[in-house]
Ligand binder design. Structure first.
Ligand code: ANZ
Ligand code: ZN
Length: 768
């Protein structure tokens, strides 16, 4: 027998698959469609990560099974290629980001093909391709046209060393992600997108999708809808009022002072009456250096300054109360001002204690609407859409002294990103594009006068907002995608991606889809949600359970694993390493185990002589077909593989009784996991066609009639109950059942369980 040689086998089958285009998704096929999506990667210089492989392998298995079940599957891949690393590399090495991107994407593609993924490469997209970002820009124009994109002066995160504006996600614990220096706040005009207008729909429509509960909760908390009231407090001696936002208007009689965010605009207006202005100004300046996170974290040690000489009147009891500024109040939530009720609010209580302010405990409760105007507040902010970076989509807007901001006419899209010599940001914090006079100076599209292009570019998220639509029609030059093709392919049936994108990409793209729906750019019949089902994989940690990172030198490169063990081994290992949604450390021993399993399959299939076609394995095979099929749908890949392992062990024991049909069944259900091996054995044993093109096997229901067993339940060795359960349940499943029965629940009460002894199909003993 020829030794198992994955390098040879895998290359051979990848060639056959990709040359014969068997993973091509057919537009308008009569078959039922299935759209499987994984988050497309940023092609970094480091290449594919074993963490990527977990997500891609999982949906590859699902896609392969769905094809075998007769679906017309769309499983596409592309590149989310704008972003900081390519720009940083350009700054360091002087190499055009477009050149590094090209090199990196080619490498990623090669790596993915080496893993045998069944992507339809005809539909490859790249967010940095002008033919793609033309439509990203088009969406921006539509947002502007509908009043959902606007420019406003805002405090942004500013790195004084790199002279660059940073997105929140680029600020790590208050420091610049690039150089580690303390980030400051700087006022800058920014483009914002009114995602807040969609806040309610983004909450409500979650009811109609199949997402993990924790994803729904995280999105709802992030949007942070809170119903409350706005109450006006009159400033004595001024013709002015301060509005506060409160969720507890009933506590107004307990309000003994007001607190404003240090940035509150009233301060400037009453400045001349503030007796301790110097002290107040000092505090305002100090606050500027703190990030929102630091302000919210530093909750135990409250700081603040009274605005001496200015007082407010509590509208409930008409008493005069002092006003403070303090950094625990955020300017961009509610009205940026609160009525402090130290008796009922912890933060206010701490503040009152520190500043010796009265705490009134037994006060009269007000009715919810006695002083209030009802309002709704959201934690969600409008989305800052400007970056002072080079490597992003140019924002297609022109500034004219006469006409103000004018959109670039649609026919002039794309606004191409010009090549620049220097990628360094400028001293003023403008993007590197600002110094490209030739590019910047244009005629006003409206009046023909002198005008300048917007030099800010879009954030990373812009290209991924709508990429799933482009896969349905990747080469369309007239529209972002053809209506009929959208109609056929959308919505995405199954989308897998990281938990870290729950409040970023996943929320942004749901919003943009709703917007495109509203303007009729996607067919109305599709409904409001782009993704029917969302799942999340747990990240892969380094050996020993620490995060994989370059500095620790524990990053596993899939290329090396493939070289040493083969792609099928890597695929099987990544799916076997643990429950899919859990974080799992990499384990070299586990890889070896996966390789042994693959070799066992190889040996048992080729050694069978099929001389005594008299199998006793039919029941187990049918059970395994059922189990593997169901487990794939539930993403219980690890238990699917373990039942395949058990089956292969039985094959070994019954070697001389194996039939060709037995082997055939095994190869069919193995092929989504280890597709190269399955193809090779399929061919060598003499079956016709490609294994990947076969029908998913049906199991024979009469053969696997579920048996029931009577299980004895003991506590501390004493028989306490007998329960009838399905045969072959594992310990965890049985525990779940018996610990829920009232009898056992009562007997255990709050006593802690020391251990559980389990004899399959017979007995479970709970030791307290
Ligand atoms: C009086 C009060 C009494 C409050 C009480 C709470 C409890 P959520 O639920 O998160 O919306 N608040 C309002 N604006 C704020 C801001 N800009 N920065 C910091 N805190 C702010 O919280 C709303 C409550 O948070 C509001 O209700 C206000 O304090 C505070 F027993 O008003 B409350
Ligand atoms: Zn003009």
């Amino acid at each position: 027998m020829v030794k198992y040689n994955p390098q040879k086998i895998e290359k051979k089958w990848q060639g056959k698959w990709y040359n014969s285009n068997i993973f091509k998704a057919q537009d308008f096929s009569k078959k039922k469609k299935f759209y499987a999506l994984v988050e497309f990667p940023y092609p970094s210089g480091d290449g594919l990560h074993v963490g990527h492989c977990r997500s891609y392998t999982a949906l590859d298995i699902i896609s392969r099974k769905k094809r075998m079940e007769g679906f017309n599957v769309l499983y596409p891949m592309g590149w989310d290629a704008f972003g900081l690393p390519a720009e940083n590399y350009a700054i360091k090495m002087g190499i055009q980001p477009s050149i590094t991107t090209k090199k990196n994407t080619a490498n990623y593609k090669k790596q993915m093909q080496r893993l045998g993924y069944s992507f339809d490469w005809n539909r490859e997209i790249n967010t940095t391709d002008p033919k793609y970002y033309q439509w990203t820009q088009w969406i921006f124009l539509k947002l502007f046209e509908k009043g959902l994109a606007y420019k406003e002066k805002m405090a942004i995160n500013w790195c004084p060393k790199d002279k660059i504006g940073l997105a929140n996600e680029e600020v790590i614990a208050g420091k610049c992600e690039r150089c580690g220096i303390q980030v400051q706040k700087k006022e800058k005009e920014q483009w914002l997108i009114k995602i807040t207008k969609y806040a309610d729909r983004l909450i409500k429509d979650l009811d109609s999708v199949d997402y993990p509960e924790r994803v729904k909760i995280q999105q709802k908390e992030w949007i942070g809808k809170s119903e409350g009231a706005e109450i006006e407090f009159i400033l004595n001696n001024f013709k002015k009022t301060i509005k506060v936002f409160t969720t507890r208007p009933d506590t107004i009689f307990g309000c003994t002072f007001l607190v404003l965010a240090p940035e509150h605009s009233i301060i400037e207006k009453v400045k001349n009456s503030i007796l301790n202005w110097q002290e107040v100004e000092q505090y305002i300046i100090k606050t500027k250096d703190k990030s929102d996170l630091q302000r919210q974290e530093n909750q135990n040690d409250k700081t603040g300054v009274e605005l001496k000489g200015v007082k407010a009147v509590n509208p409930a009891d008409k008493k005069e109360i002092p006003i403070f500024i303090a950094d625990y109040i955020m300017i961009n939530y509610g009205t940026g001002a609160i009525m402090a009720v130290p008796a009922d609010d912890k933060r206010d209580e701490e503040f009152a204690k520190k500043f010796n302010l009265p705490i009134v405990r037994d006060y009269q409760r007000a009715g919810f609407e006695d002083f209030g105007k009802k309002t709704v507040q959201y934690k969600l902010r409008d989305w800052i859409f400007s970056r002072q970076h080079y490597w992003g989509e140019p924002i297609p807007m022109v500034f004219c002294q006469v006409c103000n901001w004018v959109p670039v006419p649609e026919k002039d899209l794309p606004v191409q990103l010009p090549k620049v010599k220097k990628y360094q940001p400028t001293d003023t914090g403008e993007s590197p594009l600002a110094v490209m006079e030739k590019w910047v100076n244009v005629k006003c599209p409206n009046c023909g006068g002198v005008a300048q292009r917007e030099t800010d570019t879009m954030p990373n998220w812009a290209g991924s907002n709508w990429y799933f639509l482009r896969y349905t029609d990747p080469k369309n030059s007239k529209k972002l995608s053809d209506e009929k093709k959208l109609q056929y392919w959308m919505p995405v049936d199954w989308y897998n991606g990281g938990m870290e994108h729950t409040t970023l990409h996943l929320l942004y793209s749901r919003f943009i889809f709703k917007f495109l729906y509203d303007i009729g750019a996607v067919p109305k019949s599709l409904g409001f949600e782009p993704y029917k089902k969302r799942t999340s994989h747990g990240i892969v940690l380094g050996q020993g359970g620490v995060k994989m990172s370059k500095s620790l030198g524990n990053v596993v490169n899939p290329d090396n694993v493939i070289k040493q063990y083969g792609a099928d081994t890597l695929r099987v290992y990544e799916m076997f390493m643990g429950p899919f949604e859990q974080m799992i450390p990499w384990d070299e021993k586990g890889i070896i185990g996966a390789r042994r399993f693959i070799e066992k399959v190889y040996t048992v299939c080729l050694k069978g002589d099929f001389s005594k076609p008299n199998s006793t394995l039919d029941i187990q095979i049918n059970k395994t077909i059922k189990k593997v099929g169901e487990d794939i749908e539930l993403m219980k890949f690890n238990t699917a593989i373990s039942s395949l392992m058990i089956l292969v062990n039985s094959f070994f024991e019954e070697k001389e009784l194996l039939t060709k049909e037995n082997i055939k069944s095994l190869l069919l259900i193995l092929s989504p996991f280890a597709p190269h091996l399955a193809e090779e054995l399929w061919e060598r044993i003499g079956f016709k066609g490609l294994c990947s093109n076969q029908k998913w096997p049906q199991y024979n229901t009469t053969l696997i009639k579920e048996e029931k067993v009577l299980l004895i339940v003991q506590i501390n060795g004493k028989v306490r109950d007998k329960v009838e359960i399905m045969a072959d349940k594992n310990q965890k499943e049985v525990e779940e059942i018996i610990l829920q029965t009232p009898k056992i629940k009562n007997l255990i009460g709050s006593i802690s369980i020391k251990k559980i002894i389990f004899v399959p199909n017979k007995l479970i003993n709970v030791v307290l």
